[in-house]
Design a protein around this ligand. Structure first.
Ligand SMILES: Cc1cc2nc3c(=O)[nH]c(=O)nc-3n(C[C@H](O)[C@H](O)[C@H](O)COP(=O)(O)OP(=O)(O)OC[C@H]3O[C@@H](n4cnc5c(N)ncnc54)[C@H](O)[C@@H]3O)c2cc1C
Length: 448
């Protein structure tokens, strides 16, 4: 009987325990990946070009890596709840391997598939997080502030040590041969995007290439550069080479695991230096961890207007303001520059995300979920837990004990873009427009 590996947010070969067992098995082996049809429609929820390109590169590298083990990767457009049971029957599989998701919709899919395939052995594990669910349950879950969560973990939890081979490029893919990896589904999706020009992704003056091989290469180069030694001083910069780690795109689709990154930091601390900055990068990975487990705990509440709060945020329906925010035409040049950067590259710094999200909620008074959805469409590092969790935090409907975050845009510009270099570079001064084109003078009714 055959075995099937279902890839989701774990598009990598190394630090993937269940995959190790699967690859070592003598049974006929197949792998599959499902492209959500909503990602490729012409509607608003379709993936932005940069996000698709990053995913495409990740799938091509994975396919090439798997082919070295003689495992074909089937890339299918459709809903796994409907298609996976049929595929499993057709391939006569006896076991299905996968990594547990943190998202509500994805978890629902797994439950439905388990029901549809009662005679199949399910082999699952937690590979998108530093810890597994048992440990999180043992420390009492995430029903606490981030500080309390971090304190408990730092006091009691041990991150499993990986051997150095898990963070080395042990599998050497022939130059860029993986780029020629042909796949009928990928070619079809490619054809839906207007340009045939090979678009490359650049974030903070660095070329970003999706895939587990490229992720490990990026990891190695980041630590070799020594940039981590001053991470704490540069982490809030809006752009610039190696100001932050730029691990998020690979972490988001699992081309890199958080444990590989953690292990890279630990190794750097042992071999070179341990300081506030190396600690701070670990601290950020714990923030990521907090959002991941909060997503598991919150379920569907992660996407609801009130989130975890008891009262609804004060918003209204302003389609014009929303359109201006998306296209970078607000009265705020810094916000416009940041949105232009997102629209052109699929990336934005953490500080930038906080500024534009705060503007969306506090200046434009829009429903935060539309901002989160727009990020989902464009970010090459889109991650359900980190995205929706951070938006909730800023909108004041998450677990933030301070109840929301408001960033003063003028002050932020003075602090992080004093000479306007970032704003000019991304065309932020070019199309500033008033927030509303109809104001009180355009009000059609006279009062008595
Ligand atoms: C409104 C909003 C939406 C966001 N959406 C996403 C998203 O979809 N995907 C995503 O990965 N991150 C998201 N973030 C978090 C953060 O902005 C990015 O992780 C970070 O900018 C990625 O760049 P980096 O890898 O260079 O980060 P670094 O500063 O180098 O941090 C290292 C790693 O720590 C983690 N991390 C850092 N800050 C956060 C944070 N606030 N929350 C969760 N993890 C964090 C990331 O995995 C990151 O790769 C969002 C933040 C905000 C305010």
């Amino acid at each position: 009987m055959a075995a099937l590996y279902w890839f989701t947010q774990d598009l990598r070969i190394s630090d993937n325990k269940i995959l190790d067992g699967f690859l070592a098995s003598d049974a006929p082996r197949y792998a599959c990946y499902f492209v959500n049809p909503n990602w490729i429609t012409t509607s608003e929820s379709a993936m932005g070009k940069a996000r698709w390109l990053f995913l495409k590169q990740s799938l091509c590298q994975l396919k090439a890596s798997l082919s070295e083990y003689g495992v074909p990767l089937l890339i299918v457009i459709g809903n796994p709840t409907e298609l996976l049971p049929a595929l499993a029957k057709k391939l006569k599989i006896s076991s299905l391997c996968f990594s547990n998701p943190v998202g509500f919709n994805e978890s629902k899919q797994i439950s439905a598939i388990r029901k549809a395939l009662p005679n199949i052995m399910f082999k699952d594990h937690w590979s998108h997080t530093l810890f597994d669910q048992t440990l999180i349950q043992d420390i009492g879950g995430v029903n606490k502030s981030f500080s309390a969560f971090k304190k408990t973990l730092e006091a009691s939890a041990v991150i499993e040590k990986l051997d150095n081979s898990a963070i080395e490029n042990t599998q050497c893919l022939n130059d860029k041969a993986w780029l020629n990896e042909s796949d009928i589904t990928i070619s079809y999706i490619d054809s839906l995007y207007e340009t045939s020009q090979p678009l490359s992704i650049r974030a903070n003056n660095q070329e970003i290439i999706g895939g587990c091989q490229s992720g490990l290469k990026h990891l190695k180069e980041y630590f070799a550069s020594g940039a981590i030694s001053h991470y704490k001083q540069t982490r809030n910069d809006l752009h610039g080479y190696r100001r932050t780690s730029l691990f998020s795109p690979w972490l988001a689709n699992g081309s890199l695991s958080p444990r590989q990154v953690w292990q890279g930091i630990v190794r750097y601390e042992k071999e070179y230096e341990q300081n506030d900055s190396t600690y701070w990068l670990k601290f950020e990975l714990l923030w990521r961890e907090y959002f991941q487990w909060s997503a598991v705990e919150q379920g569907v509440q992660l996407f609801t207007f009130k989130g975890l709060s008891n009262s609804a945020p004060k918003t209204s329906f302003y389609p014009e303001r929303y359109a201006k925010w998306c296209s970078g035409n607000t009265p705020y040049p810094l916000v416009n520059a940041l949105m232009n950067q997102l629209n052109r590259t699929g990336f934005m710094s953490n500080r930038g995300r906080q500024i534009v999200a705060s503007c969306f909620v506090n200046e434009l008074h829009l429903d935060w979920r539309f901002g989160a959805k727009y990020f989902e469409k464009h970010l090459i590092d889109y991650d359900v837990a980190s995205n929706w969790g951070n938006w909730q935090y800023i909108a004041g409907v998450g677990k933030d004990p301070r109840g929301g975050r408001k960033f003063n845009i003028t002050k932020q510009a003075e602090l992080y873009d004093k000479d306007g270099e970032f704003t000019s570079c991304w065309g932020g001064y070019e199309n500033t427009l008033p927030l509303d084109s109809v104001d009180i003078a355009g009000w059609p009714l006279e009062t008595q």
